[in-house]
Design a protein around this ligand. Structure first.
Ligand SMILES: [Ca+2]
Length: 249
């Protein structure tokens, strides 16, 4: 009798192992989300031109000739520049990220650092780069929000080192990222191999957060699952990872 019970117990244990083998947490079983929009960076030449005009336009004493203003406005219409530098209304009018952390980061080199906060500083030239050997699969960026923070429904990512075309090609960029909410994997983001801002709508899984001061802080994690390899370095880089959402305005 005891032997029979043991056999049943082992059979049940075997079944349990099999069920775990089909764990919904494994990457294959998660829903995949493609970008709803991809906004390409301006060419390097246009970016240099915009930067020069932007500097002149920002100088209060400057009196930019009409044709230069028009050119500045024309270049500023690039959706990535508009998103990062126009100061237009967005989720950030009420939303705020409390902290950005990462599993690792590349050591500073000269005047350049690769800290996680660089992925959320609204500057396309500063970047987070993971700091482990190889392409950084399994490394992650994590964002912490306060309980009263407006809720999040989407993510905008500038993958790779977008500062210049050369930097973008030389470094690796994420191809597949696993999103975790409250520590649980919820979906995979399938990024294009494109030097531009990639917009992911995640309403179907959210909204994330509470918009309630009585609730605790919460986190979203983005883990590198697969990469598009760089031609020169094995460092996987993210220039920006920002949010969109509700409860603002
Ligand atoms: Ca940045």
């Amino acid at each position: 009798m005891r032997k029979k019970l043991l056999t049943v117990a082992l059979a049940l244990a075997g079944l349990s192992v099999q069920v775990q083998g089909q764990n919904p947490n494994s990457a294959k079983n998660l829903p995949t989300v493609k970008p709803s929009q991809v906004w390409l960076m301006p060419t390097d030449a246009k970016m240099e031109e915009w930067k020069s005009l932007n500097e002149q336009a920002s100088n209060e004493d400057a009196d930019l000739p009409q044709n230069m203003w028009e050119r500045y406005e024309e270049l500023s219409e690039n959706p990535v520049l508009d998103e990062l530098y126009s100061g237009k209304c967005s989720w950030y009018c009420g939303g705020e990220v409390q902290r950005v952390t990462a599993s690792s980061h590349l050591k500073a080199q000269g005047k350049f650092n690769y800290l996680p906060k660089n992925a959320h500083d609204f500057d396309h030239e500063t970047v987070w780069a993971e700091g482990v050997a190889g392409q950084g699969e399994g490394e992650w960026l994590e964002y912490e929000f306060a309980g009263n923070c407006p809720r999040v429904t989407g993510v905008k990512i500038l993958p790779g080192h977008v500062k210049t075309k050369a930097a973008w090609e030389a470094n690796s960029r994420p191809k597949l990222m696993k999103v975790y909410y409250l520590g649980k994997p919820i979906c995979l983001l399938e990024l294009q191999n494109a030097r531009g801002m990639q917009v992911f709508d995640l309403e179907q899984f959210g909204p994330f957060g509470y918009h309630d001061a009585n609730k605790p802080a919460w986190r979203l994690r983005f883990e590198i699952v697969e990469v598009y390899p760089g031609t020169k370095y094995q460092d996987t880089v993210i220039s920006e990872l920002e949010f969109d959402g509700i409860d603002v305005h």
